[in-house]
Write a protein that binds this ligand. Structure first.
Ligand SMILES: [Mn+2]
Length: 280
């Protein structure tokens, strides 16, 4: 695949498989939410179980959740405990990059319970400046910058640090990719140039409900997993999670697995959205 990074020799990296999801919005229909609905609540929880089931079935090595894991900071405590149970069930490292719905800082959902105590395989990237999580057994580093509630001009992927020491360099970003028809008043811009200049092997994106790859320069792969429960289900592009295979030669290949039993979509079947270089 053309995405092989040119700055490392071939055949030196450890292959692994990633599960990438986002925008689960756990708790959106909890009691007291104003949208209280036991049926919808059960459906959202079932989606989360199905995501973890895909990870177990496909023997993934790592899970990245690219923001909006929780819908808001007032979700019921049983929803927090449910989330921790499901994360623990994954049995592999799980990294959450908080989005605008589950931001860090004042009134953060992540201050209510210590989920990392309940699920010891969980890392929550809580730094507003950005932080790197090393998964040493897998020779992976994951960089991400957490949302806060304050700044609508937040730029998730502006100026990440240079590549680190580990063989695989990943990033997590929650925001709005700028494409030729993008509505620029939407917040949290992510530009093709930033993805390319990040020099990451893969950038796991969240904030959009629909699955899509996005242009990220010749050496980086970047994609939105879309929400497991999505308004885009009717298009065949919703209700999916991304599996990402990283090969010893440095190739990065996506497969979009359905949580509802539809056929997987192979890398080249996943839509690729062009960027709008220079558009700010
Ligand atoms: Mn969002």
């Amino acid at each position: 695949m053309e995405s092989r990074a040119p700055w490392l020799p071939r055949g030196v990296r450890r292959p692994f498989r990633l599960l990438h999801t986002s925008d689960v919005h756990l708790g959106a229909y909890d009691r007291g939410s104003g949208r209280d609905s036991p049926a919808h609540r059960a459906a959202v929880e079932e989606n989360m179980r199905a995501v973890i089931d895909v990870g177990l079935r496909e023997r993934v090595d790592l899970v990245l959740i690219a923001g909006d894991f929780f819908d808001n900071a007032r979700v019921n405590e049983e929803t927090l405990r449910f989330a921790a149970e499901q994360i623990a069930r994954a049995e592999v490292p799980v990294v959450i990059g908080p989005g605008n719905h589950d931001h860090v800082g004042d009134n953060s959902v992540y201050d209510r319970l210590d989920l990392t105590e309940l699920a010891q395989n969980l890392v929550i990237q809580r730094s507003e400046e950005g932080e790197t999580t090393a998964i040493e057994d897998l020779d992976i580093e994951v960089w991400g910058r957490a949302h806060t509630e304050r700044s609508s001009d937040f730029l998730p992927l502006a100026h990440p640090p240079p590549r680190g020491e580990a063989g695989w360099q990943l990033a997590v970003g929650h925001g709005h990719f700028i494409h030729p028809r993008a509505v620029l008043r939407h917040s949290f811009h992510i530009r093709e140039e930033e993805l390319a200049e990040s020099r990451r092997d893969y950038v796991a994106l969240g904030h959009w409900e629909q699955l899509t790859r996005v242009a990220a320069g010749p050496h980086t792969t970047a994609a939105y997993s879309g929400a497991p429960q999505s308004l885009a289900v009717g298009s065949g592009l919703g209700g999916r999670v991304l599996l990402v295979d990283f090969s010893a030669a440095g190739d990065v290949r996506l497969t979009a697995h359905s949580i509802e039993g539809a056929e997987p979509l192979r890398h080249d079947e996943i839509p690729l959205l062009a960027g709008a270089p220079g558009r700010v």
